[in-house]
Ligand binder design. Structure first.
Ligand SMILES: Nc1nc2c(c(=O)[nH]1)N[C@H]1C(S)=C(S)[C@@H](COP(=O)(O)OP(=O)(O)OC[C@H]3O[C@@H](n4cnc5c(=O)[nH]c(N)nc54)[C@H](O)[C@@H]3O)O[C@H]1N2
Ligand SMILES: Nc1nc2c(c(=O)[nH]1)N[C@H]1C(S)=C(S)[C@@H](COP(=O)(O)OP(=O)(O)OC[C@H]3O[C@@H](n4cnc5c(=O)[nH]c(N)nc54)[C@H](O)[C@@H]3O)O[C@H]1N2
Ligand SMILES: [Mo]
Length: 749
């Protein structure tokens, strides 16, 4: 995928003109610049559609023009005029397409009609919808057990489609509902449920207006949550301390010029975001948090009255064990794991001690490690010390990825549902859901490879490319009797298919969803638990597209013989689905009325009201010691994988990563210049990167000297997924450890 590439450090602020120019380019590339602009004007508006980009919250009853460069790219990518038709598949066999990269595949445009794989010709061929559904029904019913099917979801799926999809799986008889969240924020959910009694974040957007300090761990909002920069900039401007923990200097965490304001477009524009920046080692966050706490504990012991004793006494359990752990943990170990000195950590400790209201945000830099769940609980410990949960301007904010990944979980996309949820579902639909927990994403890969799961259905996403251990994942998908992908664009997962295979093209967020009861809206939930409506305004890319809801209903009618569930009516009128959601899921009372209000409604959060739905009825401190680190020899580096500025997960929009100064290529390895010379290498050299345990290899990646701690290197996801071993995951949540991979680097021969 190496084009004409250039690597040169980026000097400007994040945002600004660069953002506007890039947005315009991507609109032009979409082939529909004028309609693109019209489409954008309706983004995240009261009557428009929810941005298919990230899950950052929108100000209530939005009236401002809330869009960002990467929102523009997400919309332009979906609203493109380019199309993949049956003729395209006639011209290209699957074997040929397997040689194309993900960028080339998705660049072909929108899928337009249902396709079925023909083993005789080695090609996908057109199939009509009834026949496609009949094939799914037949294959599902031919299974010996419902547990041989898996229903994967990616987080763009609407609440309505997600609710019906999990109902289909459970009525069919399985909890095998793996989802992208298993590879994403699962550790956040697992950790928070145990500590504060809810898996969701406790802050709302307005808390960012009142916080005195915001700590950002392992997140790159300049690229992945650009609208967050506006909130951070306003906070910084009123003197709120913004403290970032990241192994790399990320431009968006340093300086931002808002392209929505004329001031942001002037030469040299840009305001400081982070007041303090700590470049810790990859995987060093737990050590850093323990170091900060150790300082606080020392201040407290000197009579500093740092802790919120009233809160601790009234609302928590377990402080003693954490204090004992702090006493036991050596500074030497904290310093070596975090890469930060005791004196460095005294700075965030002081800021934290002084701040009356602090927010912690985090994303993949925290969750994609072994021990991630325990690290998150350690961050929560720190917040509990000062009662920073459930008060204005303070709280816990795992910043979600996909625009509706949080909503999908609320709707029951969960391989480990609670009995209470299943009881309500069963009562409402008069079914008997299975009680046995289902399989997560990693477990499904293993089960497919072992022949235990034989039908894989993907509601969105790109399971083959997004999952770890690429070779095994592809083998696993190929071993299935049937693979089905409900998609907007062509991707790798369609090509590493089962013996039988279907591609079912679906509507995107930007398109009008016509059903017999009229155009339908759907609903989504953001990272701040705001539920709001979304309705598209573009004509569908093809008349043969069906909505996700319609496809789920079609599959259900074919698979669930004798089902009493009114699938046909649900497809006609999504309001009827919302009426049922209201009966099953707490917080959705009067759903249809409340969703009609622009800006939507707040679902509420028990922990934000200081109600702790935990075992003890209190918020829990957990003492997690530092992990034992095996002494790595000089040759083993720790690799983290992350997103470039021009991609949405496995959807590659372009080959540039503006803020990191990379142009025209993705096959690069970021490395500390001193490490480069210590290894006897030079910048731009091509290197091979091998998993240190012999599990996967990348060839011919270009070395980019970068401001990253020694011993640490970085490369882009999904290319680097071949290096993530299937058994390298966080034990509690089973989330792949794709941000700390032991690797060995050699000059390419
Ligand atoms: N434009 C765009 N927007 C997106 C996405 C996209 O691909 N493109 N993806 C969406 C999804 S699904 C998600 S989950 C989010 C992802 O949003 P992020 O979590 O911001 O995504 P990553 O690019 O994986 O970046 C992780 C950050 O963590 C840092 N990091 C790596 N290892 C460590 C570590 O050990 N400790 C610390 N403290 N930091 C570390 C990296 O340097 C990087 O800055 O974004 C969502 N929004
Ligand atoms: N090494 C490494 N691996 C990672 C990560 C990492 O940081 N490093 N991040 C992980 C994370 S956080 C996540 S969330 C996963 C992402 O995993 P997924 O969610 O499975 O992958 P995406 O790339 O978001 O899926 C892209 C595809 O979704 C389809 N699509 C787009 N919009 C729609 C829509 O509206 N409806 C439907 N039905 N389909 C649509 C398109 O066909 C497109 O090709 O990857 C994970 N994998
Ligand atoms: Mo994600």
């Amino acid at each position: 995928m190496v084009g004409k590439s250039k690597i040169k450090p980026y000097q400007g602020a994040a945002g600004g003109w660069g953002s506007l120019i890039s947005s315009a380019r991507h609109l032009l590339k979409s082939g529909r610049p004028v309609r693109g602009v019209k489409t954008l004007l309706n983004l995240n508006q009261g009557e428009g559609f929810d941005c298919p980009g990230c899950a950052w919250g929108d100000p209530e009853a939005t009236s401002s023009f809330e869009f960002c460069e990467n929102g523009v790219k997400a919309v332009a990518w979906e609203a493109t005029s380019k199309k993949v038709t049956a003729e395209f598949f006639e011209k290209h066999t699957v074997t040929e397409l397997l040689g194309w990269d993900g960028y080339a595949l998705e660049s072909q445009g929108r899928l337009t009609e249902p396709m079925v794989y023909n083993p005789g010709t080695g090609r996908y061929e057109a199939i009509n919808w009834p026949d496609a559904f009949a094939l799914i029904g037949a294959e599902l019913n031919a299974l010996e057990s419902p547990a041989q099917a898996a229903f994967y979801t990616s987080g763009r799926t609407s609440n309505e489609a997600a609710f019906l999809y999990q109902l289909l799986a459970r009525e069919f008889g399985t909890n095998n509902l793996p989802d992208c969240s298993n590879m994403c924020h699962e550790p956040s959910g697992v950790a928070l449920k145990e500590t504060i009694g809810t898996g969701k974040g406790t802050v709302r957007l307005e808390d960012f207006e009142q916080a005195q300090a915001i700590f950002i761990f392992g997140q790159n909002p300049g690229t992945n949550h650009p609208r967050m920069l506006g909130d951070l900039q306003r906070a910084a401007a009123r003197g709120c301390k913004i403290v970032s923990f990241n192994p790399l200097r990320e431009r968006g965490l340093e300086k931002f010029a808002d392209p929505k304001h004329i001031k942001g477009l002037l030469p040299g524009a840009g305001e400081k975001i982070s007041s303090h920046y700590f470049q810790l080692r990859i995987g060093g966050d737990r050590a850093a948090a323990l170091g900060i706490m150790k300082h606080l504990w020392a201040m407290e012991q000197k009579g500093g009255r740092v802790f919120d004793h009233t809160f601790i006494k009234q609302h928590t359990t377990g402080l003693k064990s954490v204090l004992a752990l702090l006493d036991q943990t050596r500074w030497r170990e904290i310093e070596s794991q975090s890469g930060l000195a005791k004196e460095d950590l005294a700075i965030p400790a002081k800021i934290y001690a002084r701040s009356k209201a602090t927010i912690f945000t985090w994303a993949m830099g925290i969750t994609q490690h072994q021990g991630a769940t325990e690290t998150i609980q350690t961050l929560v410990n720190l917040q509990l010390l000062k009662g920073n949960v459930g008060k204005p301007g303070a709280g816990i904010c795992p910043v979600r990825g996909h625009s509706n990944v949080q909503g999908d979980r609320t709707m029951g996309i969960d391989h480990q549902p609670t009995p209470a949820f299943l009881d309500l579902l069963d009562k409402e639909f008069k079914i008997k859901s299975p009680r046995k927990p289902g399989l997560s994403s990693v477990e499904v890969i293993e089960a497919m490879a072992a022949g235990k799961v034989r039908v894989f259905i993907g509601l969105g996403g790109n399971f083959a490319a997004a999952s770890p251990a690429t070779a095994l994942t592809e083998k696993a998908l190929r071993a299935c009797d049937l693979t089905v992908h409900i998609s907007t664009k062509l991707n790798r997962s369609h090509l590493v298919h089962g013996k039988k295979a279907l591609i079912l093209p679906t509507l995107g967020r930007t398109e009008i969803d016509f059903q017999s009861a009229g155009p339908q809206m759907i609903s989504v939930e953001d990272s701040m638990s705001m539920v709001h409506a979304s309705s598209g305004l573009n004509m569908p890319a093809s008349k043969d597209l069906r909505s996700e809801v319609a496809i789920v209903c079609g599959m259900a009618r074919a698979a669930l013989l004798g089902s009493k569930t009114p699938w046909r009516e649900f497809k006609r009128d999504y309001g009827l689905i919302r009426d049922r959601i209201e009966q099953v899921i707490p917080g959705f009372e009067a759903f249809n009325e409340r969703i009609a209000v622009p800006g939507g409604f707040y679902l509420g959060n028990s922990a934000a009201g200081r109600i702790w739905n935990t075992k003890t009825g209190k918020a829990a401190f957990f003492a997690h010691p530092l992990q034992q680190r095996s002494k790595q020899e000089g040759k083993v580096f720790t690799l983290t994988t992350f997103r470039s500025h021009d991609q949405y997960n496995t959807s590659i929009y372009g080959l540039n990563d503006r803020y990191r100064g990379v142009k025209g290529t993705r096959e690069v390895l970021f490395m500390n210049p001193e490490d480069i010379s210590a290894q006897g290498l030079t910048p731009e050299t091509l290197v091979d990167v091998r998993n240190a345990e012999g599990k996967g290899k990348l060839k011919g990646f270009r070395l980019v000297p970068y401001n990253i701690p020694r011993g640490n290197v970085a490369a882009y996801f999904p290319e680097a997924n071949v290096l993530v071993a299937i058994d390298a995951y966080d034990r509690r949540s089973k989330t792949p450890a794709s941000k700390s991979i032991p690797v060995i680097i050699r000059k390419s021969l």
